[in-house]
Design a protein around this ligand. Structure first.
Ligand SMILES: CC(C)CCC[C@@H](C)[C@H]1CC[C@H]2[C@@H]3CC=C4C[C@@H](O)CC[C@]4(C)[C@H]3CC[C@]12C
Length: 375
């Protein structure tokens, strides 16, 4: 990083703002979401929309239950999981030019969507609820009932600044329930990778995945995934290597990029093309949404950000924040508390416990709370 290139991608009139934002990052205490950032880096999309990235390949999601053996189903889970990563971590760069700061959801904010049935695979529905504000935690449930696959999870982030990049440790996990076409039921614990946000100094942030994550099946199969950026496995950014094992027996290896082609085994057999077309979630028009639904709730703020009317966006955001503060004060005064609509908080989930014990992995804390979908 040279003095000249720093802030190269920041609009001239916001350079000072970016420089002071970078300075404030040094004092950040783990929660970046509440920090004020310069307008050019603001996204008009709330974090409650992000769980939709899990299902932008609804065909791969539905196909999991069609695998004929436990190993084949684990491989299908891995394929679907790797295929979601491009959407999860590069979409903002593609759509908005760089990673941006999403809107920080309010407690009780919800997001609903569907992927319509196509060719008989069944409809997939998405239910998201912001279940905590401090720290921000988003819970989600995605189900294709016909296919017999359902994903339940929650997600939070702990952030720290290294001086040149932001390290993001994801908290939470996802549990996938699969009813194989051949009968029975399996569950899969999905742990979440760590992120490094690079390109900060230049004002054009992007996400690289680091370290590792895992998928543990109740059938005993494990997929371990290692992530590396440029200059490690292949010299390509967004690279990964994965191994599928059962107990101490390694059964298969996979490698490639999570944004493009990956291969299986020693021969050049294609495992997946992650750049294959995705299907974005279908959402009700804003006019028909309820007042806590994300796009309606943030409509004016988003409009301000999209049109460059930042004063309007800031004014509306302040109104929302004041309203939230008042609600919390009222609850304290009345001795009540906010009631979640779709999820129940539990201090520990036996299913998570069982699978994380099977994983024997330092990555997964022995105890973790969870949000269970109420239906
Ligand atoms: C751009 C800079 C200046 C601000 C950084 C904003 C932070 C809050 C953004 C940048 C990238 C974002 C992450 C991108 C992708 C995902 C995957 C999704 O499944 C859960 C949320 C999560 C993990 C996001 C959390 C918020 C995040 C870490």
């Amino acid at each position: 990083m040279s003095g000249n290139s720093s802030g190269a991608d920041v609009p001239q009139e916001q350079k000072a703002g970016w420089a002071s934002f970078l300075k404030s990052l040094a004092h950040m205490t783990g929660d970046l979401s509440s920090m004020t950032a310069p307008p050019f880096i603001l996204s008009p999309v709330s974090l409650t929309e992000f769980p939709a990235y899990w299902c932008e390949h609804p065909g791969l999601f539905a196909a999991i239950s069609e695998g004929s053996t436990p190993q084949e189903r684990m491989e299908r889970v891995l394929r679907w999981f790797i295929c979601t990563l491009k959407g999860q971590y590069t979409t903002r760069n593609e759509k908005m030019g760089s990673e941006k700061k999403p809107l920080n959801p309010v407690l009780g904010e919800v997001f609903y969507g569907v992927w319509p049935d196509q060719g008989g695979r069944g409809e997939t529905r998405l239910i998201v609820e912001q279940v905590s504000h401090h720290p921000p935690i988003t819970a989600y449930y995605i189900e294709n009932e016909k296919a017999g696959v359902a994903l339940q999870g929650h997600s939070g982030q702990k952030t720290s600044f290294t001086g040149t990049s932001i390290n993001v440790k994801q908290s939470g996990h996802a549990l996938l329930t699969v009813k194989p076409k051949s009968g029975g039921q399996e569950t899969y614990l999905i742990t979440l990778p760590k992120l490094r946000i690079e390109g900060i100094v230049w004002g054009s942030p992007y996400v690289e995945l680091t370290d590792s994550s895992a998928i543990q099946s109740s059938t005993g199969y494990t997929a371990a995934i290692d992530y590396k950026g440029k200059g490690y496995f292949t010299g390509k950014s967004h690279s990964f290597k994965a191994t599928l094992s059962h107990g101490s027996k390694t059964l298969q290896n996979y490698e490639g990029t999570w944004t493009g082609i990956s291969t299986v085994g020693k021969g050049p057999t294609v495992f997946l093309d992650s750049s294959s077309p995705k299907e974005e979630v279908t959402v009700q028009p804003v006019e028909q949404q309820g007042e806590w639904e994300s796009r309606r709730f943030w409509q004016k703020v988003a409009q301000g950000i999209r049109t460059g009317n930042y004063d309007e966006a800031a004014k509306e955001k302040t109104r929302i924040e004041n309203d939230q503060r008042q609600r919390r004060r009222d609850e304290v005064a009345e001795g009540t508390s906010w009631q979640l609509v779709h999820f129940t908080h539990v201090d520990s989930d036996p299913e998570y416990q069982k699978l994380s014990n099977m994983l024997h992995d330092k990555l997964t804390p022995a105890h973790e709370d969870a949000y269970i979908f109420k239906g």
